[in-house]
Design a protein around this ligand. Structure first.
Ligand SMILES: CC(C)(COP(=O)(O)OP(=O)(O)OC[C@H]1O[C@@H](n2cnc3c(N)ncnc32)[C@H](O)[C@@H]1OP(=O)(O)O)[C@@H](O)C(=O)NCCC(=O)NCCS
Length: 201
């Protein structure tokens, strides 16, 4: 299993992995009418604006896993506001008139594109970096998640980061347990059970 920096040629694979793990860690292909939407939010911006902290796993069958990190979340968010969201906002209408409980999965992501969550400055002072990790089933449970984390954490530490945070859905108890096991702790919990977790590097 090769672990290497992601390149622009990996874009389609990253988008596919993102979609195929989008249903609380399971294949989310059936949930979305537009197969690119999840990747536009959770994969594309990272490869485009933070390639130095983007790493993939290739097992010979192709790229089947990634970890995507960002050193400075505040600067990253500001950059997306200028250079990433505008084109997507033109493409995907804001479902602001659809009540939140009635939004389809596509509409929920379109809402995020128009109203991205603003990072909390107090959290960013301690955990300025953030990440996303996803492996296809054939790569799971073989130590590769830990390997990707070790690699990313060295890379973020080397760039001067004191801490990293991540978000995980309330239904994704498997990923939550993985993060606990790797030393993350709970920073906050939403009413729906989604966790914000942090780790000092
Ligand atoms: C969650 C995920 C990243 C974990 O990666 P992985 O490669 O399966 O995990 P690893 O095999 O590297 O496990 C690393 C360690 O965590 C432990 N671990 C993994 N999953 C665990 C779980 N559910 N409960 C307890 N421990 C767990 C392993 O036992 C291992 O322990 P050790 O290194 O001390 O022996 C991976 O399964 C995945 O991508 N799942 C689908 C997508 C997803 O849910 N992404 C997260 C979205 S927030």
């Amino acid at each position: 299993m090769t672990l290497r920096p992601a390149t622009p040629a990996d874009r389609a694979a990253l988008y596919r992995i993102c979609l195929e793990t989008a249903d609380s860690g399971e294949d989310g292909t059936h949930l979305y009418r537009d197969p690119l939407l999840v990747g536009h939010v959770y994969a594309g911006p990272y490869l485009t604006f933070a390639p130095e902290h983007a790493f993939v796993l290739d097992d010979g069958e192709g790229v089947g896993g990634y970890v995507l990190g960002v050193l400075d979340t505040a600067a990253f968010s500001a950059r997306l506001e200028r250079e990433w969201w505008p084109a997507l906002r033109a493409q995907y209408p804001d479902p602001v008139n659809v009540p939140p409980g009635e939004r389809t999965p596509d509409e929920r992501l379109a809402h995020l594109i128009h109203h991205p969550a603003a990072p909390d400055p107090a959290l960013l002072a301690e955990y300025p970096s953030h990440l996303h990790i996803d492996l296809l089933p054939r790569m799971q449970g073989r130590g590769q998640g830990r390997r990707l984390f070790d690699h990313l954490f060295s890379s973020l530490r080397g760039a001067g980061s004191p801490g990293v945070h991540l978000g995980v859905g309330g239904r994704n108890t498997r990923a939550q347990a993985f993060y606990w096991h790797l030393g993350f702790h709970e920073l906050s919990r939403s009413p729906g059970g989604a966790l914000l977790m942090g780790l000092r590097l």
